[in-house]
Ligand binder design. Structure first.
Ligand code: ADP
Ligand code: ZN
Length: 800
């Protein structure tokens, strides 16, 4: 008799053991989906270990194995195992993150009659019962009707093809549905006819021509959500007889209608060198492609992916946020066409399962997507590319709290694949890891030797300011630069960081912001009770009346929002066409596309927004980038504030002057001497990294040591604080007992002290990676609790 261990999508640290019936033995392999009984229900789980020992108690039997081949490949099982151990997550929850939802979990098994027959015994009764039910029914209903278990019989009948089993909801690929398609009708209009018919109807004409450009037809949803044509407009065009409504099978991949961008041409000499250098690396090794903004990293990725495909292998391209990178997706599709599966959050469960199957069967060879695409079941994986590897969005914000870049490294090792991390502003973590396993490859200049834009730091303490701007810091220098750019008919990007959720104290005269003496992060100002507080160690101090540096009066800085900025811009530049991009304006699925599209078509002169506008976009007509208040990012209560600010400044500056006309950047700040800003202004990435490694030494932060953050949250603040204190005590005791070199900071209220009604306190652990690993493994299985939840975050990218 043989036994296997089966992981279920439940918060369990130990998989369950099941007995394998003889008849199923050949298909019960590690990684296979199996239907098993769990507390009077049936569930689909994943076999994680074959040949397990017989358990002490009697083990239940596996009921069915729905797939001919394991759903999870061996390297992916190994990757899951690493994630579970490293991040302290239950194995079943890790595997759940790997599979499209609906492929496992609580289930119903359906039996379908394929070949009716006259035989005796239970098998015959089952066939008869199915025939009487119109050909199908659930296993549970059959067992009730026949008053005995039917799994065994069903399994045998399915082997000889008399019946077929299907698992629901796991296998419900959403049924094909139809949708409205708007198609042009009649002969194309001549230019003259257009002038006539659309005389006072420019939007009608735009709609007509959009359809024309798309080859004559587009889904109604695409016209409305992506291109912004109203339903009324579409109906009017149909009523005028110029278009008609047709039904067609739903376009399941919304990116399919996005135009594919052809490759930009042959690689330049620099690109060629990078491609050859990375191509020469052995399998299981990696490279950091360190290329300045606009150096053409995408073409290098595409060429490396092409080489992998030519060798008969597959590829994964990870991007930080798929909605923010339509251009990258278009480029990949432009080269690899329908070999590409685009995995994005807009997919329905059915679409996701479809894409998963196509990849698993090898019918698609390239997966593109955000962090969870690192689990894409690409067959014979040859390369994983992580674009913009420094982006914090690669860290999963919920259990399992993996970092996709780290997972990519582990998976690449297990698959014998190559790993390519790309960035213009590599993270300190990656930079610190360069060595024989991770080679640095540079793209030192922009394509066609286009210069990087000059960056001017405008000192808000001394520069002439425009008055009456309702709290928006506004220098004459920035105002002038915008006016000149608009006059020339060029485009402007204006960055205003997310409004500070934490206020800090800043001296208007010298720009000084008081830090915690122990943690060297900015102190946060609280009103009730009034004081300044460190969110790492809970150091308190009274709010001073004058600056400790220069004796000048100090003021609390909170920052203004993008809406105030929009109002100010409309006042100062009434003729400019404005667009705003932030979380408020990009709520709907395609609004980001729409705004970028309007920029590309030059329907917008000034795009203002939060961090979102700094990322990966390629708009050649932008010649001015303005940063309204760099200090907001610089003084987040986070030890990575300087690194983030540097990356943000460099990335946003990288949006200027990508086309033929040169660009410039204006950054407003009260700390023009801060190393993050000075280095960003000098486009000096290596200089910044060298500075920053030193500032992280005392007190020590990564990459000099490792962190884990424990966040307690609950509805009752006192209970949360008590639990956090108990956790801190437990960690101190563990460290003492095992003589671990562990620093426990806090408990302290988290900078975001309350989220969705839950109070949040945290305890921050510092130590070597080994020490943190030991603590995580000991602690993880003990974190249950009803009233107060504890989240364990190893290698946190955000301590908010
Ligand atoms: P990065 O990601 O490094 O910032 P991109 O890959 O977006 O840069 O490339 C910047 C611009 O240069 C894009 O508009 C791209 O089409 C263009 N480009 C890249 N490689 C070449 C090439 N070999 N020849 C011509 N144009 C190129
Ligand atoms: Zn502190």
């Amino acid at each position: 008799m043989s036994f296997v261990r089966v992981a279920l999508p439940l918060p369990l640290f130990d998989p369950y053991t099941y007995r394998v019936p003889e008849t199923l033995a050949d298909r019960v392999r590690p990684g296979a989906r199996v239907v098993v009984p769990v507390r009077r229900q049936e569930m689909v789980g994943i076999v994680v270990e074959a040949g397990a020992d017989a358990p002490a108690m009697e083990a239940k039997e596996i009921l069915a194995v729905p797939d001919p081949e394991p759903a999870i490949t061996e390297p992916l099982l190994g990757t899951a195992d690493w994630i579970a151990r490293y991040y302290g997550a239950p194995g079943g929850l890790v595997l759940r993150a790997m599979l499209p939802s609906g492929m496992w979990g609580r289930t119903t098994v359906l039996l379908h009659l394929e070949e009716p027959g006259r035989i005796g015994g239970t098998a015959g009764e089952l066939l008869e019962w199915l025939a009487g039910r119109g050909g199908s029914g659930t296993v549970a209903a059959a067992a009730r009707a026949l008053r005995r278990p039917v799994w065994d019989v069903a399994e045998r009948l399915s082997r000889v093809g008399a019946i077929r089993m299907s698992v629901q909801p796991p296998d419900t690929a959403a049924s094909v549905s139809t949708e409205r398609v708007i198609a042009l009708a009649g002969e194309p209009l001549t230019l003259l006819e257009r002038e006539e018919r659309f005389r006072r109807r420019p939007r009608q004409r735009a709609l007509y021509e959009a359809l024309e450009q798309a080859g004559g037809a587009l889904p109604g949803r695409h016209l409305e959500e992506r291109l912004g044509f109203s339903d009324a407009l579409v109906r009017a065009l149909v009523e005028s007889g110029l278009a008609r409504v047709e039904a067609s099978e739903v376009v399941r991949d919304p990116f399919a209608t996005e135009p594919a961008t052809p490759p930009p041409g042959l690689p330049t000499a620099d690109q060629r060198r990078a491609i050859d250098a990375i191509g020469a690396l052995g399998p299981g090794t990696g490279a950091l492609l360190f290329g300045v903004t606009g150096s053409g990293k995408t073409l290098v990725y595409l060429e490396l992916i092409r080489q992998a495909l030519a060798a008969g292998r597959g590829a994964i391209l990870l991007v930080p946020e798929i909605g923010l990178t339509p251009q990258t997706v278009s480029r990949v599709r432009g080269v690899f066409g329908d070999q590409v599966a685009v995995l994005h959050s807009g997919l329905s469960d059915g679409e996701r399962a479809d894409a998963w199957r196509l990849l698993r069967r090898g019918e698609r060879r390239v997966a593109v997507g955000a962090r969870s695409a690192v689990f894409a079941p690409v067959r014979d994986l040859g390369i994983i590319v992580v674009d913009e590897e420094h982006e914090p969005s690669y860290k999963n914000g919920e259990m399992p709290r993996y970092h996709a870049r780290e997972v990519a490294g582990v998976r690449a090792q297990l698959e014998g694949a190559r790993l390519v991390l790309g960035s213009a502003t590599p993270s300190l973590d990656t930079f610190g890891r360069l060595g024989p396993k991770l080679t640095r490859v540079d793209l030192p200049a922009r394509i066609l030797a286009r210069p990087l834009p000059p960056v001017a730091l405008v000192d808000l303490r001394t520069a002439p300011l425009v008055r009456g701007t309702a709290g928006v810091p506004w220098s004459e220098a920035l105002d002038q630069a915008i006016a000149v750019t608009l006059d020339r008919g060029e485009q402007v990007l204006l960055l205003l960081n997310r409004r500070g959720f934490a206020s800090f104290l800043q001296c208007a005269s010298c720009g000084h912001v008081p830090p915690c003496p122990r943690c060297s992060i900015s102190l946060t100002v609280h009103r009730n009770p009034s004081g300044m507080r460190c969110h790492y160690c809970d150091y308190h101090a009274a709010v001073p009346a004058v600056c400790e540096g220069c004796g000048h009066e100090v003021q609390v800085s909170r920052g203004v929002g993008t809406q105030q900025l929009e109002r100010l811009m409309a006042e100062r530049f009434p003729a400019a066409r404005l667009a705003r991009m932030d979380l408020d304006t990009t709520g709907s699925r395609w609004s980001h596309h729409r705004i970028l599209g309007a920029m590309e078509r030059r329907e917008v002169d000034v795009l203002l927004g939060t961090q979102m506008i700094a990322k990966g976009i390629d708009l050649p007509e932008v010649t001015l980038v303005g940063v309204v208040d760099a200090d907001l990012a610089l003084h987040l209560p986070d030890f990575r504030a300087a690194e983030r600010t540097f990356q943000l400044m460099t990335q946003v500056a990288g949006r200027a002057g990508r086309g033929e006309r040169a660009g410039q950047v204006v950054v407003q700040t009260r700390q023009p001497g801060h190393h993050a800003l000075v280095r960003a202004a000098g486009h000096d990435v290596s200089g910044f990294l060298a500075d920053e490694v030193v500032t992280r030494q005392d007190p020590p932060y990564p990459p000099h040591l490792a962190l884990a953050n424990l966040v307690a949250s609950g509805l009752d603040e006192a209970a949360v604080a008590r639990r956090a204190a108990a956790l801190a005590d437990w960690c101190h005791a563990l460290a003492e007992r095992h003589r671990l070199d562990l620093t426990v900071l806090g408990p302290a209220p988290a900078p975001i002290a309350r989220l969705k009604d839950r109070w949040r306190w945290h305890v921050l652990l510092k130590g070597s990676s080994e020490t943190i690993g030991r603590v995580v493994r000991t602690l993880a299985p003990r974190l249950g609790g009803d009233q107060v939840r504890i989240a364990l975050d190893r290698d946190p990218v955000s301590l908010l």
